[in-house]
Design a protein around this ligand. Structure first.
Ligand code: N01
Length: 557
C-alpha cells in the first residue's frame, strides 16, 4: 500500500482554498461530491474539485490509484498513444517535469506516473482504497446522494453530487464457456493480471482472444512458453507500434512544443499523433502508387497515424478497403505459412473494431512453438481440467490466458445500483445507454459520468477526454454554486435528441459495421447500441455552447 489512507470516510483535513466556500450545508452531507474510482478520471476530478473549493472524496476498489493501468499488468501491456500525449495537460510543470522513457510508455511507467500525480497533489488523503460503491440513492427532497460503500472503508457517505469515474474498460469479460471454472492449471485474465511476475517458461499456454491485449501479450508469452496455442475467433488488424526509447533531446523538443501539441490534439487529432500531420484528401483521390506510398510511409511511422493519411478511412468502404488490403498484404509478406497468413487476415472494415498496434505480432506466427487455432466456426466447445476442446480436438494446457476484453462502457456502471427519485440507472438503460452529452442521465439528478457512453471517450485519447469532462463538470458545479442551485438533471427531450444525434453520426461512419465492443457485440445478450460518439472537435464545441447557454438541456434548481 502506498501513501496514507484515510482511516474513516469523514473528511478530516481538507480546507477549501481561501476565498471560496463549499457549496452545501456541511451539516447534512459529508462531501459536496463523491467520486467513484481513482484512475486518471477520478484523480483529476478530485484535484479539480479541491481547486474549486469543493469537498470531495473518492472510493476506489484497488489498493492504489491508476485505474486501467493498475489492473492491466499483462506481459507487453503498454499504451498505444504516444507518451507525451497520453498524459495530463492540466499542470504545465507536471508536464515538463515528468520524464517519459519510451515513445509508448509501458504499464509500470504509466502506473508510476499515476502514483507520482497522486503524491504530487496529495490526492490519497481523499481516497478510500479497497472499497467499492455498491449502491447510491438520490433523495430528491434533500437533493442528496446516499452512497453505500463496502470493503475496507465500508459505510455510508452522503453527498450533493455523484461523479462516476469508473472508466470505460473496467469490467472484465470472462466468457461463459462450458467448464470454464474446471480448469486445474493457472488461469489469468489480461485485465486482472496478478501483481507478481508470471513466468510461462517451460509451459504449454493457451491464449483466448486476439484484441489489443492478446496482440500485445502473445509475442512475449511466445518467447517464454514451451508451446503457445492462440485461439482466434476473429482476426484483427494490427500495425507496428515502432516503440523505441525516447531520446532526451527528442523529449525536450516535444516538451518545448507542448502547447502546440495539445492544441492540435484538442482540435484536430483526437489526441493521437499530433506531430504527424493528417491527410487532406480521400484515399481514392490519389493514384494507386501515391496511396500505397502513403500507407507505407505511415506503416513505417507506426501507431494510430496509419489511418491518418486520408480523410475518409472510416467513411468510405472503398477507401477503407485499400487501407485494409495494405495490411493484408503485409501479413502475407511477414507470415511464412500462407494458410496461417490467410487465417490472420481480417475481412471486416479496418478500425470498426479498435485498431491494434504491436511489436512483432505477425512475426510470432513464424515461430515453431506457436500454433494458431481457428475457432471462428464453433468457438471453444469446452474447457476441461487439463485444457480445452475446440473443433473436436483436445489441447492440453498448463496455463490459460483470457484476453477476452471487457463489458465496455456500461458494465461497471450497471453493476452498481444507482437510483434516481423514480428510476434506476439499470431501468433507464434497459434498452442500452442513454445520456445527454455522455455526461448526464435524465431521471438521475446530480449525477455525472466522466467519458460516459454518448461522448467521444474511447475513440479519443482517454486522458484528453477525461480532462475535458472533468473541467466541464467542475465549471458546472461552480456555476451552480454561484447561482445558488443545488440540483441539475438532463431533460428527456435533450437526451432523446442527443441519442438520436450520436446514432446518426455513428451511422454515417463505418464503425457500426462489425461486431465490436463499441457496440456491445462482444458480450452475449448485451443490447447492441453504438456507445461512443465519433468526432471530438464538434463535441467539445457543443459542450462549451451548452455551458455558455446556461447549461441548456439541463434543468437547474
Ligand atoms: O479486448 P477485445 P482487449 N471465445 O474485446 C475474443 C483497450 N486496450 O482486452 O473479436 C473466443 O478487443 C474476441 O473475439 P471477437 C483498447 O481500447 C488498449 O484486447 O469478439 N474468443 C477478441 O478477439 C481495446 O480495444 C491497450 O470475435 C472470444 C478478444 O477476445 C480494449 O482495451 C491495450 C470470446 C477480446 O478483444 C479491449 O481490448 C489493451 C469467446 N467466448 C487494451 N469472447 C493499449 O493502449 C471474446 N473473445 C495498447
Amino acid at each position: 500500500m502506498l501513501g496514507s489512507e484515510p482511516e474513516t470516510l469523514r473528511p478530516v483535513s481538507y480546507t477549501p482554498a481561501s476565498g471560496v466556500v463549499a457549496m452545501s450545508d456541511q451539516q447534512a452531507i459529508d462531501y459536496d461530491v463523491v467520486v467513484i474510482g481513482a484512475g486518471f478520471g477520478g484523480m483529476y476530478m478530485l484535484y479539480r474539485l479541491r481547486e474549486l473549493g469543493f469537498t470531495a472524496h473518492a472510493v476506489e476498489v484497488a489498493d492504489d490509484v491508476g485505474g486501467t493501468w493498475y489492473w492491466n499488468r499483462y506481459p507487453g501491456a503498454r499504451c498505444d498513444v504516444e507518451s507525451v500525449e497520453y498524459s495530463y495537460s492540466f499542470d504545465a510543470q507536471l508536464q515538463q517535469d515528468w520524464v517519459w522513457t519510451e515513445r509508448y510508455a509501458a504499464q509500470p511507467e504509466i502506473l508510476r506516473y499515476a502514483q507520482h500525480v497522486a503524491d504530487r497533489f496529495d490526492l490519497r488523503r481523499d481516497i478510500s482504497f479497497m472499497s467499492r460503491v455498491d449502491a447510491a440513492t438520490f433523495d430528491d427532497t434533500a437533493a442528496t446522494w446516499t452512497v453505500d460503500v463496502s470493503g475496507q472503508h465500508a459505510g455510508t457517505l452522503r453527498s450533493r453530487f455523484l461523479v462516476s469515474a469508473v472508466g470505460c474498460l473496467s469490467s472484465t469479460n470472462w466468457p461463459d464457456i462450458p467448464g470454464r471454472d474446471t480448469f486445474a492449471g493457472d488461469r489469468y485474465h489480461t485485465g486482472q493480471w496478478p501483481h507478481h511476475e508470471v513466468d510461462f517458461t517451460g509451459k504449454v499456454v493457451g491464449v483466448i482472444g486476439t484484441g489489443s491485449s492478446g496482440i500485445q501479450s502473445i509475442p512475449i508469452i511466445a518467447q517464454q512458453a514451451e508451446h503457445l496455442y492462440v485461439f482466434q475467433r476473429t482476426p484483427n488488424y494490427t500495425v507496428p507500434a515502432h516503440n523505441r526509447p525516447m531520446p532526451a533531446e527528442e523529449l525536450a523538443e516535444l516538451k518545448a512544443r507542448y502547447d502546440e501539441i495539445r492544441a492540435i490534439d484538442r482540435t484536430l487529432s483526437g489526441g493521437f499523433g499530433a506531430q504527424y500531420p493528417r491527410g487532406t484528401v480521400g484515399a481514392m483521390d490519389v493514384s494507386d502508387e501515391e496511396r500505397a506510398a502513403e500507407y507505407q510511409r505511415r506503416w513505417d511511422i507506426g501507431g494510430f497515424t496509419y489511418l491518418g493519411g486520408f480523410t475518409d478511412a472510416l467513411l468510405s468502404k472503398e477507401s477503407n478497403f485499400t487501407a485494409a488490403e495494405f495490411v493484408r498484404g503485409k501479413i502475407r509478406e511477414i507470415v511464412t505459412d500462407p494458410e496461417v497468413a490467410a487465417l490472420l487476415s481480417p475481412d471486416h472494415v479496418i478500425a470498426c473494431k479498435r485498431l491494434c498496434f504491436d511489436t512483432g505480432y505477425y512475426e510470432t506466427y513464424n515461430r515453431p512453438n506457436v500454433t494458431l487455432v481457428d475457432i471462428h466456426d464453433g468457438g471453444i466447445e469446452e474447457i476441461t481440467p487439463t485444457g480445452l476442446r475446440a473443433g473436436g480436438a483436445d489441447y492440453a494446457l498448463d496455463a490459460l490466458v483470457f484476453a477476452t476484453g471487457f463489458d465496455a462502457m456500461t458494465g461497471t456502471l450497471l453493476r452498481m445500483d444507482i437510483r434516481g427519485p423514480e428510476l434506476s440507472l439499470r431501468e433507464a438503460w434497459s434498452a442500452g445507454p442513454r445520456t445527454y452529452l455522455g455526461l448526464g442521465v435524465h431521471g438521475i439528478p446530480n449525477f455525472f459520468v466522466i467519458t460516459g457512453p454518448g461522448s467521444p471517450s474511447v475513440l479519443t485519447n482517454m486522458i484528453m477526454s477525461i480532462e475535458q469532462h472533468v473541467e466541464w463538470i467542475g465549471d458546472c458545479l461552480a456555476a451552480m454554486r454561484a447561482g445558488g442551485q443545488q440540483r441539475i438533471e438532463a431533460t428527456e427531450d435533450a437526451q432523446d435528441q442527443w441519442v438520436g444525434y450520436v446514432n446518426a453520426v455513428a451511422d454515417a461512419t463505418l464503425f457500426p459495421t462489425c461486431n465490436s465492443w463499441y457496440l456491445g457485440g462482444n458480450v452475449p445478450g448485451k443490447t447492441r447500441v453504438f456507445m461512443p460518439l465519433p468526432g471530438l472537435p464538434p463535441y467539445r464545441e457543443r459542450c462549451d455552447a451548452v455551458a455558455a447557454n446556461g447549461y441548456e438541456g439541463f434543468v437547474l434548481a
